[in-house]
Write a protein that binds this ligand. Sequence first.
Ligand SMILES: Cc1ncc(COP(=O)(O)O)c(C=O)c1O
Length: 389
Amino acid sequence: MDENLRQKFQHARSLFPHTDKVVYFNSASFGPFSTPVKEAIEENLRVRVAAAFDDTPGVMEIEDQLRSDYAGLIGATKREIGIGMNTSFGLNVAAFGLPLEKGDEVLVSEVEFPAQVYTWRAAAEERGLKLRFVKPVNRHFDIEQFEKSIGPETRVLAISFVQYFNGYKNDLAAISEICKKHGIFLVVDGIQGMGVEPIDAKELGIDILSSGCQKWMLGPQGCGFFYLSDRVRDRLRHPFMGWLGVDWKMNFTDLFKFDLPYYDSARRFEMGYYVALNILGMKASVEIFKDIGIPNIRQHNYMLIDRLADYLRGSPFYSITSIMETRHRSSIFSFSCDRLDDVYQKLSDEQIIVAMREGSIRVSVHLFNNEADIERLIGVLEQFFSRKP
Ligand SMILES: Cc1ncc(COP(=O)(O)O)c(C=O)c1O
């Protein structure tokens, strides 16, 4: 890593006050706030409490910049981006909006996060679709099993970019090829990779991608976006409709206009006003990602994870439960051991924040972490099993 980049990471760490006390490895649950996020939110609170002017146009302008920012981060155009509130929002646009017929089949993985599963389950009940589960191999989505599961009625694959519990990154390029060949819509839950794994939605041929920004994007809960490819947008039904799905040209003085055309963009599926505090906080957070660059963040995170993985490989007490193959690894890393609950508790006592998921300890490494954080974690792990009973 060159000196300039190292300094950027050092500076980024200084933006996160928690790093003085807490070793935070849990961005896969939710991201901590940086000072710029906090200040943006506080400033909006101040303006709203003062109530001296209507700040809505300014917030809407920033919201529009956010659409461009999100587009830039995933290789899309602004037209393909809508602001949502979380991951589930865009998944609902897909599940209730895609042109599907009664009897059409939707495939989801048996190890999928519930956001896809419950959304599609409700859509299946409502629309008469069939929900079918793809068997995992080694606790991850498997392409061969996927191909075997495809039948004449299969119309959708609903899948995560990165699996939430072991960090397995799906090979979306290969998956997308198969979807194209069989005329299957590809609907991706992007949240566990967004901000730490580069992704080019257009190049990958993703039809719909949705991501909350409360985790790796280090934004407030209630922030997210969805990508609707140009290919599918005009074929979607409206699962719901908000009054800001049409273009008011920022003129809100005469609202008795009931025949405005819908936006010719993903914005058509947005749902009225969003929380200004969130939008402004989110914009502040996105700037950090634009400045450092997602490929650099990935490289930084992998380097730290490699140090931890090296230690665990050399220990008789721990086993790595993540797949470390370059194509499939991510910034989520998991390992297991005996007395998992006790190890987790010991880490919490030492202010090292990790998560327990599906029988493993999950370590989420992000841009504000550094070597010292990893060494502190290793120190506690080392000490745990070497203590006399
Ligand atoms: C893969 C995945 N999807 C979705 C979510 C959350 O969904 P939402 O943003 O709709 O709350 C999580 C974690 O909370 C997740 O791990």
